[in-house]
Design a protein around this ligand. Structure first.
Ligand code: HOZ
Length: 427
């Protein structure tokens, strides 16, 4: 029995499923999760001492590589001065100023501790500011696990959503309508019928929770126009894409200003920081200025803010995103070439430092096409890569992440591993 097996058996006695977040349990791909002991740059090591090239990067935050010396040093220095005060610090001001500078649609921002908390609070604010209850989301987009977001489409276009999780009352889900991603006509239709009831439209402009899926520019432009015309709030969930697909997030790539933005992952540099922000006239509805309540003991935690601020400084170094984009593109092109040489129906896409691989012949454009990808083939590929020391996301429907430390040698090693893995699929 490997150390990973032993730890997994033990973990399952004290923790449901043996993990603290479901996808880590490898249920989708099968097998034993790897228990990680340490990480550095583009690698991490498991409890058996095996080294992996890591393509999840803590699901996004590790954009500068694991245990970057500047980030570690900033964390150590901050910790020396105290771990948490429950009172304001100058570091929080600096971080808010930095976020507002880098994402100009954000005039004011509030720091919280997780993407779920940020999206949940932003939606409450949108409802409070508009006095409306209904929120539109899109199938396949994930906005954390707040009750009103664990919802799937109802049976017809104008029916409200149904809970996707046990424990979510239907009465909560009824305020969420779930539409199809990249379907502008459907959005037009719904706004035409009930635009004056819609508080907000929330969307991942580059989706990362149904694998990587790009919104079409036209879809986002339609959304912007409809929200403006009907007084609804356009909310971009950039927890994944923020500071990941570009320094200014997906909104800078598409040239569209949302009214509010939800952030997380990279802004914490590996520690728990998330944020929501946007137009100052909306943010003024938030307590203590306004009637929309939100609070948190660890919000703006000084150690987490130190990690986040240092990361935000590193990613502003000249050429950072150019290099990250080149390396990520090199990875997906190398994987696609290896797949095609093996006669595999496979394609791949990348935006900045985020990528998707798909076991299908053409790039998926919506949720249904994504779900039609060959999941079983992905699972076998995943395990062949894992055996070869490459850790991909343990699900066919999660995006992958590259860091600034994934240099040519690391990408080449990955592509060599992929050649072997594709050969195994056909063997
Ligand atoms: N929410 C992540 C998947 N999109 C998983 C987070 C984790 O397991 O750490």
């Amino acid at each position: 029995m490997s150390n990973n097996d032993t730890l997994f058996a033990r973990a399952q006695k004290s923790t449901p499923g043996g993990v603290n977040s479901p996808v880590r349990a490898f249920r989708s791909v099968g097998g034993t999760p790897r228990f990680i002991t340490r990480a550095a740059g583009p690698h991490f090591w498991d409890a058996d001492g095996k080294r992996y090239i890591d393509y999840i990067g803590s699901w996004g935050p590790a954009i500068v590589g694991h245990a970057h010396p500047d980030v570690v040093q900033a964390v150590q220095a901050a910790a020396t001065n105290g771990l948490s005060f429950g009172a304001p610090t100058e570091g929080e001001i600096l971080m808010a100023e930095e976020i507002c500078k880098l994402v100009p649609s954000i005039e004011q921002v509030r720091l919280v501790s997780s993407g779920t908390e940020a999206a949940m609070s932003a939606l409450r604010l949108a409802r409070g500011a508009t006095g409306r209850d209904m929120v539109i989301k899109f199938e396949g987009c994930y906005h954390g696990h707040a009750d009103s977001m664990l919802v799937k489409a109802g049976s017809g276009l104008l029916t409200f959503g149904n809970p996707t999780s046990s424990g979510v009352p239907a009465d909560f889900a009824k305020h969420t309508m779930v539409l199809d991603y990249n379907d502008s006509a459907q959005l037009e239709d719904v706004f035409g019928k009930m635009g004056d009831q819609i508080a907000a439209v929330i969307v991942e402009p580059v989706a990362g929770n149904m694998n990587l899926l790009r919104a079409t520019p036209e879809f986002l432009q339609t959304m912007r126009r409809l929200c403006t015309a009907h007084g609804a709030i356009l909310m971009f969930d950039e927890v994944m894409s923020g500071f990941r697909v570009a320094l200014g997030g997906a909104q800078s790539l598409y040239g569209i200003q949302p009214d509010m933005t939800v952030l997380g992952k990279v802004i914490g540099g590996g520690l728990p920081v998330a944020a929501f922000g946007g137009r100052a006239d909306l943010m003024k509805h938030l307590a203590p200025l306004g009637p929309v309540y939100q609070a948190g003991t660890l919000s703006g935690n000084p150690v987490a803010v130190a990690a986040g601020m240092t990361t935000l400084k590193i990613i502003q170094q000249p050429g950072f995103y150019e290099r990250l984009g080149v390396q990520t593109r090199k990875l997906v092109d190398g994987l696609a070439t290896a797949a095609h040489e093996a006669g595999e129906a496979f394609c791949a896409d990348a935006v900045g430092g985020m990528f998707g691989i798909y076991f299908t012949a053409t790039l998926p454009e919506n949720y249904a096409q994504m779900m039609a990808c060959d999941k079983e083939r992905f699972n076998r590929f995943f395990h062949a890569m894992l055996d070869a020391g490459v850790y991909l996301a343990p699900s066919a429907f999660e995006a992958g992440f590259v860091s600034a430390m994934h240099d040519d040698a690391v990408i080449d090693e990955t592509v060599v591993a992929a050649r072997g893995a594709f050969a195994r699929l056909n063997g």
